[in-house]
Design a protein around this ligand. Structure first.
Ligand code: ATP
Ligand code: MG
Length: 645
């Protein structure tokens, strides 16, 4: 089924028709320098760029907006202080329901300036890295922007990572200053961020200062000469701090990928291109309107937090919501409660959150009005069509466009997404490329697949401003990871189908593709068939060795609470039948395993590589388990596997 654009929405939308989209898309592809030169004018430049693009594809070297000088913090903060004095820049939704704090543009500038002065006093200079290990508190935004202000490179590490993971990232980035908190309330838990930080930097002479945010009353041990309370340090400094005018290609931040496919990579983004791409995608993909209150639930530890919670909205002068809690605390109604309280107009979340809420039933949603919402967005994983329709019908009551947007840490911003006022949507498809983006599908031999109705490896043919420039300290790894499989094409690692209408459907990671009796099956399609069954909450599908087919299909599923008592035998039969019915006999699972939880990265993505190892009996070597959010789910999976063997 195709969902046409909403009539009322289209009338005020930035892109109102497919003709408008195609016109602008063609321009962005045919005259990219003109297009991006115009988009760059949305920013305030100290010195405008002399050139737009300077690329050397052989050396995998891309430079955007050469000669331009700008500052990301100035663009995100200073220039809005006069224009929007009374509007909040940030609405902080604290962990406990009903508790909010409004931070105006003026407050923001003042606090960012003070933190910037603290960093300088602790020896941070232009080009130095600062590691940030903080819960979702305002100081997190202040510190990132303070780094940008003085030209330091921030490296935010999600405050749910272990001490070892944090240490590894501190060592890799060479940060000498770490910013953390005494502890971090998150749902019913309190993350011991300071204790974890202590373990991470124990015996590490590299780290000279640890700045500690006082989030709660809890006292923590402070090491004299190394640890400093940030509030005390801030009180020593005034809020005025001059901005450093950075070259467009100067680094802005390092961010490690989620680690779904292996050891995380320290992706480097630069100032000009990243910021131009952030404001442009934020404006069109979320159809920015002047009164928007933008609620992105992502943690700042992920790229979505960087681009669509902080830099994109703030640089566009939009009020952004900083959500400290989780979507299921204290219950599955939390997001809608925040939406009503802050009058959010845009909600941007991930399929993992939607599935967790959906399984608890619609009553949690319907309890709240959600009237302020005008647009719903999702990214991070393929969204199962069933979940898309629920998001559209139940959450948005059919009023709001659903914007499923595909992208990666490395892409800086959205690459494939509908134009909310113009693009007819098909649930499960991220639809069409963003301006300046040229997706290419290639087969395993590297042959480009022309035309529609094809599927293969998703690559991007040309650079775009938001593209990561390198992997921190290891350009060779950058070339090998993204540019060696298919020469001169950026390889995303994702499989994709371009349907008869030219719409893009992410089929899953190419490493996870199942080759069943010579047929290639993407994980997304089989999983969505399972999730479409009324009793299934989540599903993950992996390949297992099979004598006849080469690869067999093994499905791991979790059930909705009201179906937990069903007979396992019957359920397994019903789910096999479900896949056979929806996709065909070829995809019928050989095994269905009912479990109570799936292994996920800390950003909520299903770790199929781990499930595959378990299902194949390779339980001794599960690979990098440090990215696993809840190590306890492994126990059940391993136990089940040992019973099967
Ligand atoms: P690593 O690269 O370390 O394995 P990761 O790929 O999970 O980790 P991210 O950059 O956070 O790290 O995730 C990007 C990936 O998420 C994409 O390559 C894609 O597989 C998936 N993804 C993101 N958005 C969507 C979407 N809208 N539809 C389908 N898949 C998506
Ligand atoms: Mg990746």
């Amino acid at each position: 089924m195709i969902y046409p654009p909403k009539e009322g929405f289209g009338r005020t939308a930035r892109i109102q028709s497919m003709e408008d989209y195609q016109l602008l898309y063609r321009k962005s592809i045919e005259r990219p320098e003109e297009f991006w030169g115009e988009m760059a004018q949305a920013l305030t430049w100290f010195h405008p760029p002399d050139t737009i693009l300077d690329a050397d594809p052989d050396l995998v070297d891309f430079s955007w907006f050469g000669g331009g000088r700008l500052n990301a913090c100035y663009n995100a903060v200073d220039r809005h202080v006069k224009a929007n004095p009374r509007r909040p820049a940030i609405i902080w939704a604290k962990n406990e329901p009903g508790q909010y704090e409004l931070i105006t543009w003026r407050d923001l500038k003042h606090n960012v300036g003070r933190v910037a002065n603290v960093l300088k006093a602790h020896g941070v200079r232009k080009g130095d890295r600062v590691c940030i290990y903080l819960p979702m508190v305002p100081e997190l935004a202040y510190t990132m922007l303070a780094c940008a202000r003085i030209g330091a490179v921030h490296s935010v590490v999600f405050a749910g990572f272990s001490a070892d993971s944090l240490r590894e990232r501190i060592l890799d980035s060479g940060a000498r200053v770490l910013v953390t908190a005494n502890e971090g309330p998150r749902g019913a838990k309190r993350v011991q961020t300071k204790a974890i930080s202590d373990d991470a930097v124990d015996g590490l002479s590299q780290v000279q200062s640890v700045l500690v945010v006082r989030r709660t009353e809890t006292d923590v041990p402070m090491k004299a000469g190394r640890d400093w309370w940030l509030d005390q340090e801030m009180s020593k400094h005034r809020g005025t701090c001059p901005v450093e005018w950075m070259a467009a290609e100067d680094p802005l931040f390092i961010l490690y990928t989620s680690g779904s496919t292996g050891k995380p990579k320290g992706v480097l983004h630069t100032t000009g291109g990243y910021l131009v791409y952030s404001v442009t995608t934020h404006r069109y993909v979320f159809d920015l309107q002047p009164e928007d209150v933008h609620f992105c639930t992502a943690d700042m530890g992920w790229i979505t937090g960087h681009t669509y919670l902080l830099y994109g909205p703030l640089a566009n002068g939009t009020t952004t919501v900083l959500f400290e809690s989780i979507p299921t605390y204290p219950d599955a109604g939390r997001l809608w409660q925040v939406v009503d309280d802050v009058k959010a107009t845009v909600l941007f979340t991930a399929p993992t959150a939607l599935r967790a809420i959906l399984r608890e039933g619609d009553a949690h949603v319907k309890k709240y009005s959600r009237k302020s919402l005008r647009l719903l967005a999702s990214a991070g994983e393929p969204i199962n069509p069933e979940v898309w329709r629920w998001y559209h019908d139940v959450v948005g009551e059919g009023r709001c466009p659903v914007v499923d947007n595909w992208w990666q840490t490395e892409t800086g911003g959205v690459l494939i997404a509908p134009m909310p006022g113009a693009t007819p949507c098909k649930p499960g498809s991220a639809t069409l490329p963003f301006f300046g983006v040229e997706p290419v599908l290639v087969d395993d031999e590297g042959r480009v697949l022309e035309g529609n109705g094809v599927s293969g490896n998703l690559c991007i043919a040309r650079t775009w401003p938001g593209q990561a420039r390198t992997i921190w300290g290891n350009h060779q790894r950058f070339i090998e990871t993204y540019y060696s499989r298919f020469p001169r094409l950026y390889f995303t690692g994702d499989g994709c189908r371009r349907d008869e209408d030219g719409y893009y459907w992410i089929t899953g990671r190419v490493d996870d593709v199942l080759n069943v009796s010579g047929h290639r099956l993407g994980t997304a399609e089989v999983e969505s068939a399972l999730v479409a069954h009324e009793s299934v909450a989540e599903a993950a599908v992996v390949g297992i060795p099979h004598d006849l087919k080469g690869t067999g299909v093994c499905a791991f599923v979790t059930l909705k609470p009201e179906h937990l008592d069903a007979s396992k035998e019957q359920m397994m039969g019903a789910l096999k039948e479900q896949v056979r019915h929806v996709i065909g006999p070829i995809a019928t699972p050989d095994q269905v395993r009912i479990v109570s939880g799936l292994p996920k990265t800390r950003s909520g993505k299903i770790l199929r590589r781990m499930l595959r190892k378990i299902a194949c009996g390779e339980t001794q070597d599960l690979g990098d388990t440090s990215t696993l959010a809840e190590p306890s789910v492994l126990d059940e999976l391993l136990q089940q596997q040992s019973q099967l063997q």
